[in-house]
Design a binder for this molecule. Structure first.
Ligand code: TNX
Length: 524
């Protein structure tokens, strides 16, 4: 009756087991540690196994949130080049049944703020939960860093794409974490700015401040004052050909940044640092004569004519056009080193320009010098040089962005033999740039006053993308961590090991980084 005898049955059983063994993956034991992560996450715990990303892995997201379509597609696209996988992106109504990446919007209490996320990795699921898509996006950057370094490559790699299992609960300590790029002293094209943005994204920064105008060049098209760019944008430091962003170019940058959850803050520096405008329009000068274009490196010699009405018409036109290109809340008006403007005229100018910015629906940011004016509580002072200025801004109820030149200036040389960069604020070695904290740097400025950190890259001596990379790598990573990770979870001795582990990625990406002897690169 029964078709098999005992012996045959046993053989059959073994055969079945062999087949199912082949199908079931034996997960590689792996340890989840923070060693490959910058910034250091708030909480991390490993569970000793691994998740395997294969061409069969689906990217699922909870269907009730259409919001997650964009970020899910972004994930698929970032994984595609190096893995060669064309991962299926699919909304689902319940928890995923098979091995999957699962992106999920929740209102989980353990997840903090918009940018916070929880990453939960088991052998058959990699789940990122957040309150907002931006939190999922930040979590994806963590996943990128946990994958083998070759994930950064643009060509298909023969790699096993495993990620250690465990849990990471993470959120930023400060809401504002950025870098500034000066495109005025030397002009940089849209593609270079996009590359710069990509670097910010990797380390969970969220602000790109563009210094768009200065004595040496006006780099943003203003349709109502066209000479600003056609003449004022024609040169740069050293006398080489300049350039400018058309409004279309600029929109392209803003959109590219927004897709990556980076806010662009445009700066029009005034009333000083305005020679490019003064050379383009005679009526902006007190003596009614245009100045010559300037291609040197001095500061503090130019000023808009603060007691002419046309000046405020000019500022209003510029801010109006710029505000229309700016989805974010801020317009930066510079205000630094206006040594050629009388003190009381400077105050008057700042107050009037603050009103113009507010009337166009934006909040003002200015370098700490602007605290000489009467700041609105919604205004922000960017501390770079004078502590008493920053304290004055706080006294007026304004918030502070921390960019102390001695610690956070990306254009300072690392040491005396650094081939490019300046040194007026001192040398900033990689450890110097890392070893400080926002809330302890100035007595009287504490966490509640601080929006966050910004590292400015001034470009008097910076001409190419290679130059940019040399000065920002690896210091940029330190500023990213200073803004994201609480001071109690930061320390140079463990940071430098994590930094060394990034070397492989720098090299695969062909980044021209500074191989500081302070960093144990060989530990990589
Ligand atoms: C000071 S920082 C400046 C810039 C220069 C920079 C060079 C600041 C608000 N003003 O105009 O480019 O030093 O390090």
């Amino acid at each position: 009756m029964f078709p098999f005898n005992k012996r045959q049955l046993l053989l059959l059983l073994i055969a079945f087991q062999l087949i199912s063994c082949q199908q079931k993956r034996v997960a590689t034991p792996m340890t989840l540690t923070n060693e490959t992560l910058i910034p250091n996450p708030q909480f991390l715990k490993g569970t000793g196994s691994s998740f395997l990303l294969s061409e069969k892995t689906q990217i699922n997201y909870n269907a009730t949130s259409d919001d997650l379509t964009t970020v899910s597609n972004y994930l698929a696209e970032t994984l595609r080049p190096a893995t060669g996988f064309d991962l299926l992106v699919k909304p689902i109504n319940k928890e995923p049944q098979t091995s999957a990446i699962y992106l999920k919007l929740t209102t989980n209490d353990s997840i903090k703020g918009d940018e916070g996320y929880k990453l939960y990795i088991t052998e058959d699921r990699l789940q990122i939960e957040a309150n907002k898509p931006v939190g999922i996006f930040r979590g994806i950057q963590t996943v990128q860093q946990l994958l083998p370094a070759s994930i950064v490559l643009k060509k298909k790699q023969d790699t096993i794409w495993e990620i250690p299992t465990g849990t990471i609960i993470d959120y930023p300590e400060y809401e504002h974490r950025g870098a500034m790029l000066d495109v005025a002293r030397h002009f940089f094209e849209v593609d270079d700015v996009k590359k710069f943005i990509d670097h910010l994204v990797t380390y969970k920064m969220n602000v790109l401040h563009l210094h768009l105008t200065d004595d040496q060049g006006w780099r943003i098209e203003i349709k109502s004052w066209p000479n600003l760019t056609t003449h004022g944008g024609s040169t740069e430091v050293g006398g080489t050909e300049g350039g400018f962003f058309t409004q279309e170019d600029y929109k392209e940058i803003v959109t590219y940044a927004a897709e990556r959850h980076i806010l662009v803050i445009p700066e029009i520096d005034m009333p000083g640092h305005t020679n490019a405008a003064l050379a383009s329009y005679a009526e902006l000068n007190c003596d009614g004569k245009v100045t010559d274009l300037y291609t040197g490196m001095k500061v503090g010699f130019s000023s808009l004519c603060t007691d002419k009405e046309i000046t405020y018409q000019f500022v209003d036109d510029v801010i109006r056009e710029l505000a229309a290109l700016t989805p974010g809340p801020y317009i930066h008006i510079g205000g630094d080193e206006s040594h050629a403007t009388k003190k009381d005229e400077y105050r008057y100018f700042i107050n009037r320009v603050q009103k113009i910015v507010n009337d166009h629906g934006k909040q003002l940011i200015g370098w700490d010098d602007v605290s000489a004016g009467t700041l609105e509580k919604s205004s922000v002072a960017q501390f770079w040089a004078r502590e008493h200025n920053a304290l004055e801004a706080i006294a007026q109820g304004a918030k502070i962005i921390m960019s102390p030149a001695k610690k956070a200036y990306l254009d300072m040389k690392y040491d005396s033999i650094t081939p490019i960069g300046l040194k007026w604020a001192g040398f900033i070695e990689v450890d110097d740039g890392y070893n400080w904290s926002l809330e302890a740097y100035v007595k009287g400025i504490s966490k509640e006053h601080i929006l966050g950190v910004e590292a400015p890259l001034w470009t008097e001596t910076v001409k190419t993308m290679q130059d940019i990379e040399y000065l920002i790598f690896p210091r940029l990573l330190g500023y990213a961590e200073i803004g994201w990770t609480p001071t109690k979870l930061r320390n140079w001795d463990t940071y430098k090991v994590r930094l060394a582990k990034q070397q492989k990625r720098f090299e695969l990406l062909n980044i021209n980084y500074y191989a500081s002897t302070k960093v144990p690169w060989s530990a990589n």
